[in-house]
Design a protein around this ligand. Structure first.
Ligand code: AR6
Length: 183
């Protein structure tokens, strides 16, 4: 099966150590750090990241904000605030979709403002850890939304930390829709 189709690629690994133009953080509405990948990003970026985040006045669920990346290898971080799944199942798919769209909008704005021909952006599986979003449903929203809104000047990498996510993403990228129980 293909791991890359057009400008969308699926990788298994640690997003926080990748040398991409932009990495996306699975943050919360305070933007002041937390557990999961958010904790790792703040730890590795260093305390200046928190100082910048404090000035942003948080972020709405389903939206995102960009900061510098400090000690990380990437150039910028987009902090995306995904939805919690439980207690919020009707709105969660809409908010998750909005989150991915907003990240691409911010990435495109960054590309244009800096007169860059092409940029790379890496996504984690937003909301599927601590926020409890079912992995198979979140994978479909992530890939469908990116396919809808990305242009050829943005290389998108879905960086899956867990093997299960990696298998789901590879399958769905290749047109095969599986539930977590089939993998
Ligand atoms: N590289 C790529 N993906 C990773 C990495 C990594 N280094 N580490 C974890 N993941 P989570 P959420 C994956 O829980 O569900 C925080 O407290 C992980 O396997 O980090 O959106 C925030 O502050 C999972 O697939 O984020 C919020 O309060 C994915 O990242 C809340 O958690 C997301 O898991 C956000 O919860």
């Amino acid at each position: 099966m293909n791991t890359k189709i057009d400008n969308i690629e699926v990788i298994q690994g640690d997003l926080t150590s990748m040398n991409l133009d932009i990495i996306v953080n699975a943050a919360n509405h305070t933007l002041l750090g937390g557990g999961g990948i958010d904790g790792v990003i703040h730890y590795k970026a260093g305390p200046e990241l928190l100082e910048e985040c404090k000035k942003l006045n948080g972020c709405e669920i389903g939206s995102a904000k960009m900061t510098n990346a400090y000690n990380l290898l990437c150039k910028k971080i987009i902090h995306a605030c995904g939805p919690m799944y439980y207690g919020n199942r009707d709105e969660a798919p809409i908010k998750l979709k909005e989150c991915y769209k907003k990240c691409i909008e911010l990435a495109e704005q960054y590309r244009i403002e800096n007169k860059l021909g092409k940029i790379s952006i890496g996504f984690p599986c937003i909301s599927t850890g601590i926020y409890g979003y079912p992995k198979d449903e979140a994978c479909k929203i992530a890939i469908d939304t990116i396919r809808e809104c990305v242009n050829k000047n943005i290389d998108v990498k879905f960086v899956c930390y867990e093997e299960l996510d990696y298998k789901l993403y590879i399958n769905y990228l290749n047109g095969i829709s599986k539930s977590v129980f089939e993998l």
